[in-house]
Design a protein around this ligand. Structure first.
Ligand SMILES: C[C@H](O)[C@H](O)[C@H]1CNC2=NC(N)=NC(=O)C2=N1
Length: 137
C-alpha cells in the first residue's frame, strides 16, 4: 500500500486523464459520428421535411436535395449570415453548397455520404432558418 502510493506520487497519470476526453472526442468524431448516415425515409420526409418545404425550401430537380434563396440588405449582412452558417457547418462537419452575389445567398443541402437528404440536412436547414430570422427582424 505504502509502496503503491509512493509509485503513483512519483509517476503521475494526470496527463493521461487530461487527454482522455480529447481521445474520446476524436474517436467519436472520426468513427462513430461518421458511421452510416441514412437517407430520410418516407415517414421522416412527411414529418421532418414537409415543414421545411412549406417554409420556402424546395426540392432540387433531378436530385435528392433541398434549396432556398435568401436576400439581405447588402453584402455585409449576407456575408455575416454566411459566416454564422460556416462556423456551425464546420463544427458539425456538414457543409452547404452555396452561391452568393452581393445581397443574395442561394443554399443547397444534401448529404454526400448517403447521396441524398438525411437528418443532418434537416438540422442544418433549421439552423439556417433560425439565423435568417435574426436578420429579417
Ligand atoms: C470527409 C468528411 O467527413 C465529409 O465529406 C463531410 C464533410 N461535409 C459534408 N457535407 C455535406 N453536405 N455532406 C456530407 O456528407 C459531408 N461530409
Amino acid at each position: 500500500m505504502f509502496a503503491l502510493s509512493g509509485f503513483t506520487k512519483s509517476v503521475s497519470f494526470r496527463p493521461l486523464f487530461h487527454i482522455l476526453p480529447t481521445l474520446r472526442y476524436s474517436f467519436y468524431s472520426t468513427t462513430i459520428k461518421r458511421m452510416g448516415v441514412q437517407k430520410l425515409n418516407e415517414e421522416e420526409r412527411n414529418t421532418l421535411l414537409s415543414p421545411l418545404l412549406s417554409d420556402s425550401w424546395e426540392m432540387v430537380q433531378d436530385r435528392d436535395a433541398i434549396k432556398k434563396n435568401f436576400t439581405f440588405k447588402d453584402f455585409n449582412e449576407a456575408f455575416g449570415f454566411m459566416t454564422r452558417i460556416a462556423l456551425r457547418a464546420d463544427k458539425v462537419d456538414h457543409h452547404p453548397e452555396w452561391f452568393n452575389v452581393y445581397n443574395r445567398v442561394e443554399i443547397t443541402l444534401a448529404t454526400h455520404e448517403c447521396k441524398g437528404l438525411s437528418q443532418r440536412d434537416v438540422n442544418l436547414a433549421k439552423f439556417i432558418d433560425n439565423v435568417y430570422a435574426t436578420f429579417t427582424n
